[in-house]
Design a protein around this ligand. Sequence first.
Ligand code: FES
Length: 278
Amino acid sequence: MAGTGPRRVTFRLRRFEPGTDREPRWEEHRVEVSPGMTVLDGLWKVKELHAPSLAWRSSCRMGICGSCGMLINGRPRLACNTQVAELGGDVVTVAALPNFGTVKDLVPDLGSMFETHRDLMPYLLRDDPAEQDDPTREYRQTPGELERYLQFSYCIKCGCCMAACPTVATDPHYAGPMPLGQAQRYNSDSRDGGFRRRRETLSGGGGPWRCHFAGECSQVCPKGVDPAKAIQLMKRDLVVDLLRLRRRRPPAPVADEPRGTPREGIAAPPPRTATAEG
Ligand code: FES
């Protein structure tokens, strides 16, 4: 049927190998694309047919691992989650995510982003050191408490928000939407008691007050996370804390029953039995 068969598209790719190339260069390769083909599929085709040394990062091919963030037709996107057909036109332009250094070709150096992320302790912090090191049971949490942070937990750390942020582009001291959004994700978790420790980490000056609320981070997030909102919530919490109006509540207590005990209304899983397959 006309219009649904294979067509030829030009992949315009920014190539750069630090230490070898003096400057980035653009290469163009024409490949046949078929309906349903993603930009990642197209890159594999280019590599197979024209440019075997082309480098990029990818793994899951299903928008989960966050490794294939690239600048595609001027917008940060996941290559595995972007169909060539949805871009329209006969040219697909691909470069490494901006606002990061380049490891090679389409591979951004996300090291500084992950360092900041780690510094902000993106995990549950408990008041009791013993419980921190060796958790004994599940922690209580109501559905309403889960809702407070759930959407922020969908972040896959692809770096697209950082690449789109005009403040990250111009302010080297700014922590950026991914680390801040994830810090707020844990600050908002009723099982966590780490607000003050994260606040101290941010007192060095890279915190949410540098955000101009352009909102680009939330526009480009491939998982529908709203890091701009997380940053504004963090500002609110810091002000409330400064005014001494923030209620200090201990992190949620452990559940009554030992881990694995069936809850009321929830059937226990059947005991495992050996099968012929083992
Ligand atoms: Fe995992 Fe694209 S390859 S998100």
